[in-house]
Design a protein. Structure first.
Length: 340
């Protein structure tokens, strides 16, 4: 199996979150042809995505026995889609490093390990880029392996930790009026701006290994027209966490009190991860599906590619790094089996 060719084929199938079925079908066919017992794991659409009667599913594949180790990553990508191209050293395209090249490397490693007699499984889930719904569904349908090797772009280093994520919707309400007479209205945007300034001034927690928590104000919207005092305003925030969120939630609610309301939309916790002797390490400042796959064994996190080019219009994966990941995954699996 050529992981470079498979990466190109996977990238060329658009799989933006909610439209993962076509790439799932490709994986089912590929894995079945390679001798795995591959099956669909149905996943519902969340309320905010209209499925229009479409199918949505994770893909799980095994070799007919209870797996000791499962490789996993996600099938979905962020928008916009753009197809694959390659030059002498790189494969470009949406999902090249996040995470279709990773899938190809894991499948190549699984073949090698299966031939060596190891019990290996493969799990590819939907929805990681939005809500980890695929992972949550998979967690209720686990064959209970001992170890989970999750793939994300870590530059082929093992993550010692993965930051958590807390999404917050801050909403302010006001009263409309003609903008020539602002004293007759109440500006929701003014309230929101002050609330956001308070949040930006908050001191966030830091971790000795994982570094600081961070805040991104990703989206601001509100108002009706330039000549109308705005009656509504809201902002979508994302915190990257290095500790449990309880204290932060209380501080956010207190900071915006009297100006706005804070709605806590989605959370994935901060996790510390197992490493293996002799392998280089890093800290993943991003969030993964690992917190939602607790029934799939002790987790490790590693994969080819750079997170710095994921989600960009120049996304790529180095061919040499992709091929090295096959060796890395085999080495990790053999180390885990030997250690247990």
């Amino acid at each position: 199996m050529d992981p470079i060719a498979l990466t190109r084929r996977l990238v060329d199938v658009e799989s933006i979150t909610g439209n993962e079925a076509p790439v799932g079908e490709l994986l089912l066919a590929e894995l079945t042809a390679l001798g795995f017992q591959a099956e669909k794991m149905p996943v519902p659409f969340p309320p905010e995505i209209d499925g229009h009667g479409r199918e949505r599913f994770n893909v799980y594949a095994g070799a007919g026995s209870q797996p000791e180790i499962v490789f996993s990553t996600h099938m979905d990508t962020v928008p916009p889609f753009f197809p694959a191209r390659e030059d002498e050293t790189r494969i470009y395209g949406r999902g090249a490093c996040d995470a279709k090249g990773i899938m190809a490397a894991q499948i190549a490693a699984a073949l090698r390990l299966r031939d060596a007699g190891l019990a290996i499984g493969l799990l590819y889930v939907v929805g990681e880029e939005r809500d980890s719904l695929g992972a949550a569904t998979a967690n209720a349908n686990s064959p209970k392996p001992r170890f989970l090797i999750n793939g994300e772009p870590t530059g082929n280093k093992l993550a010692v930790a993965s930051k958590g994520s807390l999404r917050v919707l801050v909403k302010a309400a006001g009263r409309m009026a003609h903008s020539a007479y602002p004293e007759l209205g109440e500006s929701a945007i003014d309230k929101l701006l002050e609330a956001l300034q308070r949040l930006r001034a908050m001191k966030l927690a830091a971790h000795p290994e994982a570094g600081p928590s961070t805040l991104n104000i990703g989206l601001i919207e509100g108002g009706r027209a330039p000549n109308v005092v705005p009656d509504f305003a809201r902002a979508h925030l994302q915190y990257r966490l290095v500790e449990p969120s309880d204290r932060l939630r209380r501080e956010i609610a207190g900071a915006v009190s009297g100006l706005a309301e804070a709605e806590f939309v989605l959370e994935s916790p901060f996790v510390k991860l197992r490493t293996l002797p002799g392998l280089p390490t890093m800290v993943a400042a991003f969030t993964t599906d690992i917190p939602h796959l607790g029934n799939w064994g002790e987790p490790l996190l590693a994969g080819p590619g750079s997170i710095h080019v994921a989600h960009t219009n120049g996304e790529y994966i180095e061919k040499s790094e992709l091929l090295a990941a096959v060796d890395l995954y085999c080495h990790m699996a053999q180390k885990l089996v030997a250690s247990s």
